[in-house]
Design a protein. Sequence first.
Length: 202
Amino acid sequence: MYTLYGFPFSQHSRRVVSLLEEADLVYQFKIVDMMNGEHMSPGYLAINPNHQVPTLIADNIKLHESNAILRYLCNKHNLITWYPQEVHQRAKVDQWLDWTQCRMSPAVVGIVLNKVFMGSEADLDAIKQGQEKMAELSPILETALTDSQYIAGDKPTIADLALVSNIFHLGLADEIPTGKSISRWYESMLKMDGVRKSLPEM
């Protein structure tokens, strides 16, 4: 059985929960209360010195980065629908995983952290920069989802799980992109049991 340390309002935790649920893998979810600083506690730093979530622990491995965890689970359990073996298909999944993490995630964090969680300490410049970045990225995403049903092809993959965790996160700040294809894709993703089970109680 896996132990997953995470936080319901962490988009990176939610994408891993989504895969675990979709693949029907047995796991225990341990909440790290980031709102009260538990991620900086000595106990959790001994588990993840990066003071981030998620962390996945199994019998002989401890993994920290969410996309690495997604790839590991797919490789270990032969989840080839979620992470295709064919080299070109896998390359597209990897491309969108990296795009989501490297290009989109910083903008999402800047917007949501400061609009939703920081209160009077919010960094208004970070919100503005995140909004400007999303204005650049949203048309790229809209075009990609106009050309295919899901982000890397005609079936959902772990790239979609990573992406939907970010889009939902933007919704916390009322900042979901409004493109027609993005909306169609987002509605279909929210129908997945694993995605629904990953969402925080509001």
